[in-house]
Design a protein around this ligand. Structure first.
Ligand code: ADE
Length: 244
């Protein structure tokens, strides 16, 4: 998969050189390229922002550097297909695991990191000619720019690409993989500071362990994220789940 990120703070994206994503890049599984928006300006001060028409606080990102940067990305695209342009914004659709899976199925993702009050809307409209444009929010709160959102999205998407996570089984039983939160996990020692690991996990009875975990998933989801239960397929519930 090819990922391009355009930002005025390319150093922010250095974290994508670490851990599993960094390893996947070294292995050639992910081709991540970070571009400095300022290299696409033409004035001496490398200006990327200006005051907003209509007034108001803050600055707005100028459209032309974005058009230049995105044209350069298109010119260097790995295939003639329209890449997906993700525009992180608190005014976007909220990112979730289903969206991560959807993005993981794509060949070329481009992220446009806005700063200040956002990007001139005409640049976003213009980009629809060459890209499948998707404004995406990390959640209902405001960040200072898109970079942190991109770090989160690239990690969530990247780990779904075959070859990025060493053991693909770890993707199966994690939070949100089946619409529920993950069950609690424990490791050695079996007794620690007066707290014992639940007996059933030491039993070796795999059916009982699976049933206990499923019940814990429901318990936890009902407690922490009851909103998720509305979307869980009722036919997926076993008798044990319903009794929990
Ligand atoms: N930029 C600023 N706030 C954001 C958010 N919540 N999600 C994505 N990008 C953002």
């Amino acid at each position: 998969m090819r990922i391009d990120v355009v930002s005025i703070f390319p150093e922010y994206l250095a974290a994508l050189e670490l851990s599993l994503i960094g390893k996947a890049r070294q292995d050639g599984v992910l081709d991540v390229r970070v571009h400095d928006l300022r290299t696409f300006t033409t004035d001496r001060h490398r200006t990327v922002d200006d005051t907003p028409y209509g007034g108001g606080a803050g600055m707005v990102m100028k459209p032309e550097p974005w058009a230049q940067a995105l044209d350069a990305v298109l010119a260097d695209a790995p295939s003639p297909d329209r890449p997906t342009l993700v525009v992180p914004s608190p005014a976007g659709a909220v990112f979730d695991q289903a969206m991560a899976h959807d993005m993981a199925s794509l060949d070329h993702l481009v992220f446009a990191c806005g700063r200040y009050e956002g990007i001139d809307e005409r640049a976003i409209e213009w980009a629809r000619d060459g890209f499948d444009v998707r404004p995406v929010s990390l959640g209902d709160y405001v960040l200072n720019g898109g970079e942190v959102a991109v770090l989160a999205m690239v990690e969530a998407v990247g780990r779904l690409i075959p070859g990025v996570v060493g053991n693909p089984e770890s993707l199966v039983e994690e939070s949100h993989s089946d619409g529920l939160l993950e069950y609690p996990v424990y490791t050695k020692p079996s007794s620690w500071r007066g707290r014992d690991v639940p007996e059933v996990l030491l039993s070796g009875n795999h059916a009982k362990i699976a049933q206990w975990r499923r019940v814990e998933q429901f318990r936890r989801t009902a407690d922490r994220r009851p909103d998720l239960l509305a979307d869980v397929d009722a036919t997926a519930l076993t008798k044990a789940d319903l009794a929990a």
